[in-house]
Design a protein around this ligand. Structure first.
Ligand SMILES: Cc1cc2nc3c(=O)[nH]c(=O)nc-3n(C[C@H](O)[C@H](O)[C@H](O)COP(=O)(O)OP(=O)(O)OC[C@H]3O[C@@H](n4cnc5c(N)ncnc54)[C@H](O)[C@@H]3O)c2cc1C
Length: 489
């Protein structure tokens, strides 16, 4: 079994071009996931000089870990949005998701993109009678918005289900094959660099100056598509979002079923099928706020047990993934400042449609085009009572997590391969590898100084507050931290 996602084998080893020590561009896009690549793609035919930098391999972030459903049926988001921001906002959000789904399909048709796109039905379902009213509310919303939806009492497979809502015109695909094709199509129009990490963004008159691990790039527009923005914007990021982690596995099956589904209620189960030359079932569950559980290996074992209970197939891939959610459930897309620093984040686990939607909004802002969704997702949108309550709850949770990491109350969880020591008042983590070699790190995330936890599944040090990931020697693997852990910080 591979401790990797089903999509990882499609990540390309793109040969890195040499980048100039100083470069000047019109638009610098930071981050080469679905969001960044789609934004570059939208700008490819403009007269602008566009450059994209990716700290790792193109697509290797959250996009390579997703379940890859392209659907507007997203848990019970519409009734939640109605309660936070009203019916009109929920309706506009629905339209934006339909628009983005169409954009993906149009690209696939226009450029004949091979990405295992399969049209199928989407379901939300409940395992418990008492969640019936939640599903009914989504159904009522679809009736009012003229969406064909149907209440049913089972799924197309043998899986516990008391009550479900089904819609059509949704799809699944292989997101990495999709973005690889976009990269190929725009290869002579947009400069794309891998292995370059943006470290800081500063304003210098009308330009932004971006310091990276390889060079300095000056740009009129900077678009931050790094999943979790790597800088702190007081009052906004990370304060308007929280992160949730889930575990996923993929097993080989004989046939695919043309549907995808996600449960609502206490336990989340996400199911989809995938077909390339073989057929697979993807199964995700065990969702939690990252700070609430630290034994990721155990969560993955729980997932395997759940899978074995319902299915009889060999598990070939397993992985975990986290995503950001904003306190009013709407992604944050648009200008960070009053100038030309743009961002797209907090896709609430629905980043296939929302990345592509972001690409259109952000490119329209840059090109000066009108876009009917700019106001809906702008960062300084009006605060509502409910979003304020969520904001306060998130802030309290984040503070609790921060303090919790300092108290290090989870010490008993670690076995003798991981130890914590305090030297001159500073906490250090020591990991002993299978050869007995000890790796010592300062137990402090460079991003916002949370203390770290050891992830036995990936053999990494992870930040439970904001999701940064470091190897056993403290080298950063995933942001928002852009810096390695300094031993003497
Ligand atoms: C369990 C789970 C299942 C999901 N399933 C679905 C689904 O079925 N459908 C759906 O619509 N959404 C789904 N999502 C959400 C979706 O996968 C994500 O929202 C989406 O992939 C985010 O794409 P992105 O381009 O914003 O981020 P990423 O793919 O993470 O891209 C960001 C890139 O920026 C790079 N980067 C970071 N920092 C820097 C830096 N400083 N300099 C340069 N580069 C940098 C990273 O290396 C990375 O490649 C799911 C999420 C979860 C948690």
């Amino acid at each position: 079994m591979e401790n990797n996602s089903l999509w990882a084998k499609y990540l390309n080893n793109k040969k890195n071009d040499e980048i100039d020590e100083y470069s000047n561009v019109d638009v610098l896009i930071i981050g080469g996931g679905l969001c960044g690549i789609s934004t570059a793609f939208e700008l490819k035919d403009s007269n602008l000089n566009v450059c994209l930098i990716e700290s790792n391999k193109i697509g290797s972030g959250t996009t390579s870990l997703t379940t890859g459903k392209i659907t507007y049926l997203q848990d019970k988001i519409y009734s939640d949005l109605i309660s936070i921001r009203g019916f009109d906002t929920a309706k506009k959000y629905l339209e934006s998701q339909l628009f983005a789904s169409k954009l993906i399909k149009n690209n696939i048709d226009k450029y004949k993109i091979e990405c295992d796109y399969i049209k199928n039905d989407s379901y939300i379902f409940s395992l418990d009678e008492k969640d019936k009213t939640k599903i009914d509310k989504e159904y009522d919303f679809f009736m009012k918005t003229n969406i064909n939806a149907e209440i049913v009492d089972n799924l197309p497979i043998n899986f516990p289900c008391k009550y479900a809502l089904k819609v059509s015109d949704t799809a699944v695909f292989n997101p990495i094959k999709y973005i690889n094709s976009l990269v190929d199509i725009m290869k002579n129009k947009v400069k794309i660099y891998e292995g370059i990490r943006a470290l800081e963004v500063k304003k210098d008159n009308n330009l932004y100056v971006v310091k990276t691990t390889k060079n300095i790039i000056k740009a009129k527009y900077v678009v931050v598509c790094t999943h979790y923005p790597f800088f702190i914007v007081p009052g906004l990021i990370p304060f308007k979002t929280h992160i949730e982690k889930s575990h996923v596995l993929a097993a080989k099956v004989n046939n695919i079923e043309k549907f995808n589904a996600i449960s609502i209620g206490k336990e989340i189960y996400s199911i989809r099928y995938h077909k390339d030359k073989d057929s697979y079932l993807l199964f995700a569950s065990e969702s939690y706020k990252m700070s609430n559980h630290i034994d990721y290996k155990k969560r993955q074992e729980e997932l395997r047990l759940k899978f074995k209970k319902y299915f009889n197939s060999d598990i070939l891939y397993e992985w975990s993934i986290h995503d950001l959610t904003s306190n009013d459930l709407l992604p944050l897309i648009g200008k960070i400042d009053n100038n030309n620093l743009l961002v797209a984040t907090a896709f609430n686990k629905w980043g296939m449609t929302n990345s592509v939607l972001s690409s259109k909004i952000l490119s329209d802002i840059i090109l000066g085009n009108e876009n009917e969704y700019i106001d809906l997702f702008k960062l300084n949108r009006k605060i509502t009572i409910k979003s304020t309550v969520n904001f306060l709850t998130d802030s309290i949770n984040i503070s609790k997590i921060y303090i919790g990491t300092k108290l290090n109350k989870n010490k008993s969880f670690y076995n003798d391969t991981v130890k914590f020591v305090t030297i001159n008042g500073k906490s250090y983590g020591i990991y002993k590898d299978k050869n007995g070699k000890k790796h010592k790190i300062r137990n402090l995330c460079p991003h916002m100084k949370c203390s770290l936890i050891f992830n036995f599944m990936d053999k990494t040090w992870d930040c439970p507050c904001h999701g940064s990931k470091f190897d056993v020697d403290g080298n950063v693997i995933k942001g928002p931290s852009v810096y390695n852990i300094k031993i003497d910080d």
